[in-house]
Design a protein. Structure first.
Length: 196
C-alpha cells in the first residue's frame, strides 16, 4: 500500500496528516476551518484517497497559515507515498462541471512541481474563507509534491462552486495519474529512467 504520514509543526500550525493513495475515499478532516474541511473531504472522496487531517492553527489571525501549511503537508504526503513512481500513469486531466462552473485540471507527476493557475474568483470570500487561498493551497501542494499542476476556469459565477470544482477536478485527475498501469508496473514512466 502506498501510504504516508506527515507531521508538520511550526509557530503557526501543528499538523498531522495521513494519506493512502489506494484507499476508498474515506476521510476525517479537522482543520478548524469548516469550508476547508468540506473541500478536503470532497478531495478524498473523488480521488478515492483515504486521508486524515488534524490541524491546530492560528485561525485567530485568519485561515492563511492553516490552508497553506495543509497544502504543504498534503504535497509532501503525495511525494512520499508515490516513492520511486514506478508503474504510475504519471499524467491525468479532468474537465469537471460543478453547476454553472467548469474547471479543467491537468497534472504531470514530473518531480518538478509548479502551479499554473488561471482561476478568477468573483468574490473575495466564501463565508469567512478568503477565496485567494485556493491558489495558495494548490501552489503549496504542487511545489511540495513535485507535481506540475494546471488549473483553469472556463466558466463560473459562484465562488463556492468554483473552488469545489477545483478540488473535485484535481482529485479525479490525481486518481488517474497515480494509478498503476499494470502493463508497465515495473517501469519508471520517463525516458530518463527516473522522475526527479
Amino acid at each position: 500500500m502506498r501510504k504516508a504520514e506527515i507531521i508538520r509543526k511550526t509557530a503557526e500550525t501543528d499538523i498531522k496528516l495521513t494519506l493512502n493513495l489506494d484507499g476508498k475515499g474515506e476521510s476525517v478532516c479537522d482543520t478548524s476551518c469548516p469550508f476547508l474541511d468540506h473541500m478536503l473531504t470532497l478531495f478524498a472522496r473523488h480521488g478515492r484517497f483515504d486521508m486524515t487531517v488534524k490541524c491546530v492553527g492560528d485561525i485567530e489571525v485568519d485561515y492563511h497559515h492553516t490552508t497553506e501549511d495543509i497544502g504543504i503537508a498534503l504535497g509532501q504526503a503525495f511525494k512520499e507515498a508515490l516513492g520511486d513512481k514506478k508503474g504510475i500513469n504519471r499524467y491525468g486531466d479532468t474537465t469537471l462541471p460543478m453547476d454553472e462552473s467548469l474547471i479543467l485540471t491537468a497534472v504531470d507527476i514530473s518531480g518538478r512541481g509548479g502551479c499554473y493557475y488561471e482561476v478568477e474568483m468573483p468574490t473575495e470570500k466564501v463565508g469567512d474563507f478568503d477565496t485567494e487561498l485556493n491558489h495558495e493551497f494548490w501552489s503549496a501542494f504542487a511545489y511540495n509534491s513535485g507535481i506540475t499542476t494546471h488549473m483553469v476556469k472556463f466558466a463560473g459565477e459562484n465562488s463556492h462552486h468554483i473552488i469545489e470544482g477545483c478540488f473535485k477536478s484535481i482529485a479525479r485527475t490525481l486518481r488517474t495519474a497515480v494509478a498503476i498501469d499494470k502493463a508497465f508496473a515495473d517501469d519508471i514512466p520517463s525516458t530518463k529512467g527516473v522522475i526527479a
